[in-house]
Design a protein around this ligand. Structure first.
Ligand SMILES: Cc1cc2nc3c(=O)[nH]c(=O)nc-3n(C[C@H](O)[C@H](O)[C@H](O)COP(=O)(O)OP(=O)(O)OC[C@H]3O[C@@H](n4cnc5c(N)ncnc54)[C@H](O)[C@@H]3O)c2cc1C
Length: 291
């Protein structure tokens, strides 16, 4: 399948990319790894007049600890997350989640930020961002906006990004104390998009939960933050009963549809079971961290 004709620009700097977008934003599409955009162009679901390829920029490809967060540049690929020593130490759930994304071909080209901008409700990174309470940094010629993950996703393939903005980095807050996470994914075959997936990230103070983040994949029009479930854990000792109640609330927050991957009722129950398992794993991992 062939895309409709488009112009192509590969700016040499972020500044140049932002200038092009300022002029042509409404007619243009940013491309990073092209792993979602190119299929969309080929299927003619996207028909931009201009593709602005930021994938060749010599910047935004680092993972670094800075202040209270780990900053992941917009050109950091899934494989870079998978191999990042920094994330293995500061946010190991990210490394676990990266391994679930498609296959090595996609992981070698696709970027974390591109996946977040694509806002596929079945995308894995959206839920991870929600569970961590990540921030997404967007730049335009007018300046910089720091957006919370829970205000970033508007709906299927829709975000609050403006046409002249480029995401430059994603920030994962550093845990303050003993923290652990888990990413659980049900797929029909290796490398598939999720039938259901769940991201869980918790922090403990003593034996009580001081922070809980739960993101749900492929069970609604966007990645869902299970806020009631998160709240139910706060300040609690995570007993079996507390965990079961959080898992029940997370399943209630899911809005899946019947499709070839399973019935809505089945998917809700997978959410419940995965959140329960994910919380037990995450809490176990947090307990292993030396304070
Ligand atoms: C066969 C296959 C299997 C896949 N399986 C999975 C899976 O299991 N799980 C999963 O989560 N994903 C999966 N994906 C999707 C893929 O992981 C991501 O969506 C993809 O990597 C997006 O990153 P990219 O850099 O390729 O973005 P691109 O394709 O270049 O861009 C995607 C969208 O984001 C915008 N964009 C990209 N970067 C920026 C930026 N910095 N600022 C502003 N806008 C930007 C583009 O304009 C475009 O709209 C799969 C894709 C394929 C082809």
């Amino acid at each position: 399948m062939f895309p409709a004709a488009f112009d192509y620009r590969a700016p040499a700097s972020l500044q140049e990319a932002l200038s092009i977008l300022k002029e042509r934003g409404d007619d243009a599409k940013v491309m990073a790894g092209g792993q979602s955009l190119i299929p969309l162009l080929k299927l003619r679901f996207a028909r931009p007049e201009l593709v602005v390829d930021i994938g060749r920029l010599p910047s935004m490809n680092n993972v670094m600890r800075r202040g209270g967060h780990t900053a992941i540049g917009a050109l950091v690929r899934h494989v870079d997350v998978e191999n990042s020593k920094e994330l293995a130490s500061s946010a190991p759930m990210m490394v676990e989640a990266a391994r679930w994304i498609s296959d090595p071909l996609v992981r070698n080209r696709g970027t974390l930020a591109g996946s977040v901008c694509h806002a596929d409700p079945a995308g894995d990174w959206g839920s991870v961002m929600l569970a961590f309470g990540a921030e997404i940094v967007a730049r335009s010629l007018s300046g910089e906006r720091v957006l919370r993950a829970d205000e970033f996703f508007e709906g299927p393939f829709a975000t609050v990004l403006k046409p002249d903005e480029v995401v430059t980095e994603v920030r994962i807050p550093l845990a303050n104390g003993r923290a652990g996470g888990a990413y659980l994914k049900l797929e029909r075959k290796v490398g598939d998009f999720a039938t259901v997936a769940v991201a869980v990230q918790v922090q403990l103070e003593g034996e009580k939960v001081s922070r809980a983040g739960i993101g749900l994949t492929a069970v609604g029009p966007r990645n869902i933050k299970a806020t009631d479930a998160e709240r139910s854990l706060m300040g609690q000792e995570p007993t079996d009963r507390v965990i079961a109640e959080a898992a029940r609330l997370a399943a209630e927050a899911a809005e899946p549809k019947d499709d070839v991957r399973g019935s809505a009722a089945y998917k809700k129950d997978v959410v419940r079971v995965f959140v329960q398992r994910g919380l037990k794993t995450a809490i176990g991992r947090a307990r292993e961290v030396k304070s």
